[in-house]
Design a binder for this molecule. Sequence first.
Ligand code: IPD
Ligand code: CA
Ligand code: CA
Length: 385
Amino acid sequence: MPSATINVMEAAARKAARGLIRDFGEVENLQVSRKGPADFVTEADRRAERILRAELAKARPGFGFLMEESGETEGEDTRRRWIVDPLDGTTNFLHGIPHFAISIGLEEDGGMVAGLVYDPLRDELFWAEKGVGCYLNRRRLRVSSRRRMEEAVLATGIPFKGRAGKDAFLATIGPAIDNTAGVRRFGSAALDLAYVAAGRYDGFWEFGLSPWDVAAGIVLVREAGGFVTDISGRAVTIQGDSIVAANDRLHTPLQRMLRDSLKESVGDRAPGSRLRHTVSSSSPSPVARAMRREPHAGRSSSDPGDARADPTAGGNGGSERTMTNAERIVEALRRKPGLDDDELSRLADVTPRQQVNRICRRLEREGKLRRERGPRGKIVNDPVR
Ligand code: IPD
Ligand code: CA
Ligand code: CA
């Protein structure tokens, strides 16, 4: 049963979607007009955002907003805010290509706790809530179980004129082509993530996305049993400059393949850094370096997505290291209710082993973690699903 929160998100999305469907019909007619549909689409986008804002604010008056068109609005409730893209896949919409969505995420105390991505043309409502699971309409979703990269179908985004990320994209697409069954570019990051959650894609990566593109999708993938990190393997943030999402089996090989190809292309990899788990907050990340080299990278300064164009300005701060064991456990445990957030973040930090052990022992007592001795007597932590 969807919670009251999901019901609120669904009602808002369905109301805004009615307008989008009507406007999409009109856009198809406007393709042949001299002026084209561009202004009309901008207005459709804004209209959808106004409806979403009004509906969400009516149901949850105190919550804040971060919306693509109108930016940030602080609410009386400083712990919670809606992160909304009223139309993800604008270029598709503009060209009459039937693939776009509304994306609504709910952030609580800085973490994503609910997400909904609605594809109005297919009437596919993807939704997830922390600890509850991920659903397509009323059907429970689970990421794919493919374990071989050569069988995987991946999705990505291709930057366009005026957008950062071209060098990073070019560096990573080659190995993806060489090693997988295919790469898709459908033009809606929110739906790309929803499709990873649904097991349609085995993985997805992109550079330079904005918070509203990924906020809902991150919850969908996690709740469907997948992993989401940045390209360095660190826990993802909605302000990050890269995202890698995949099923639980392929995430690590995919993330490492992309990271290594990016490092190789950027060129100043420290000897051995490919193998070591390093933490270096002084040097910018490979994505930052790749993006900095680009002449046209960046958006207008009024765009709240600016932090993306200069990745060093975002929460990622340029440090780079691969996901630790503890972080993997944390990613899996995020889907479980009742786990103290402080403890989660403490686990996710570069954690002294003793501390990890202490927390893991407690989780084991609570039945959230199975700890077994591996072949060489080493303890293996395995989240109980
Ligand atoms: C875009 C889509 C696209 C991604 C772009 C986004 P918009 O969002 O998600 O797939 O590649 O980077 O900006 O502009 O259609 O809302
Ligand atoms: Ca978007
Ligand atoms: Ca948009």
